[in-house]
Design a protein around this ligand. Structure first.
Ligand code: SAH
Length: 215
């Protein structure tokens, strides 16, 4: 029998991340501090510590913890960084980023999700992260450029406005491909002379959709 005390659950949660190849101590520390249970309400709340994506409001999903950890590790966030996330969803990924970066902006096309995420940041006293309701395909020009950009919805190509808002030396992680198939996680690095592309692994995300949602 596996135990179900909070401490044992946390140990199992972190063990699952390590076994999926998450080695960065800062990332593991942030994942330990931010309680995923706060980001999942209702029916699926008891499964918050399992390594699987789960449904949230507005027909969206909170990503699988090991995928959150692997994307965060690939982003290589530095303590002075200003980070942009596209696809706030529950706010879980943004909360993790807020423990690693100086400042985080996260953009969500569903106003309801952005508002609920913002309320969670405030309840957790995470004061360096802001959720904004907007179409994130255009980035956040008023706060650009960014040191790091993380897209948590799949685009057919990395959106041009996001590439344009990446500082020289900056890194963007983005799932690329059709929404109904397996997508590839791409790491884009802006150099002095252009953009470098690395393919990391296969992933599955909900699609990046244009325009604001109805709710
Ligand atoms: N990072 C989230 C999970 C992302 S699910 C978490 O930690 O819970 C992907 C999210 O991207 C969904 O909430 C979806 O509504 C949002 N999304 C899709 N297209 C978007 C767009 N153009 N701009 C902003 N958000 C978008």
């Amino acid at each position: 029998m596996t135990g179900d005390s909070a401490a044992e659950r946390k140990m199992q949660f972190l063990f699952a991340l390590r076994s999926k190849g998450v080695t960065d101590a800062r990332v593991l520390g942030a994942m330990e501090k931010i309680d995923r249970g706060v980001f999942i309400k209702g029916h699926f709340a008891p499964r918050a510590y399992e390594d699987m994506p789960l449904p949230i409001a507005c027909g969206q999903t909170i990503s699988q913890p090991s995928v959150v950890a692997i994307m965060t590790q690939a982003l290589d966030v530095q303590p002075r960084d200003k980070v942009l996330e596209i696809g706030t969803g529950s706010g879980y990924q943004a909360a993790i980023l807020s423990r690693l970066a100086r400042r985080v902006y996260t953009v969500e096309r569903h106003r309801r999700l952005a508002a609920e995420a913002q309320a969670r940041f405030e309840a957790l006293a995470l004061t360096n992260v802001t959720a904004i309701a907007a179409d994130g395909s255009f980035g956040l020009p008023e706060q650009a450029p960014f040191d790091r950009i993380l897209v948590t919805a799949a685009a057919e190509d990395p959106p041009g406005p996001l590439l344009a808002q990446l500082r020289v030396g900056g890194i963007m992680i983005v799932p690329v491909g059709q929404s109904d198939t397996v997508q590839r996680l791409i790491k884009v690095t802006r150099t002095e002379t252009g953009l470098d592309y690395d393919e990391l692994r296969e992933v599955r995300f909900v699609p990046l959709v244009e325009g604001l949602g109805n709710d």
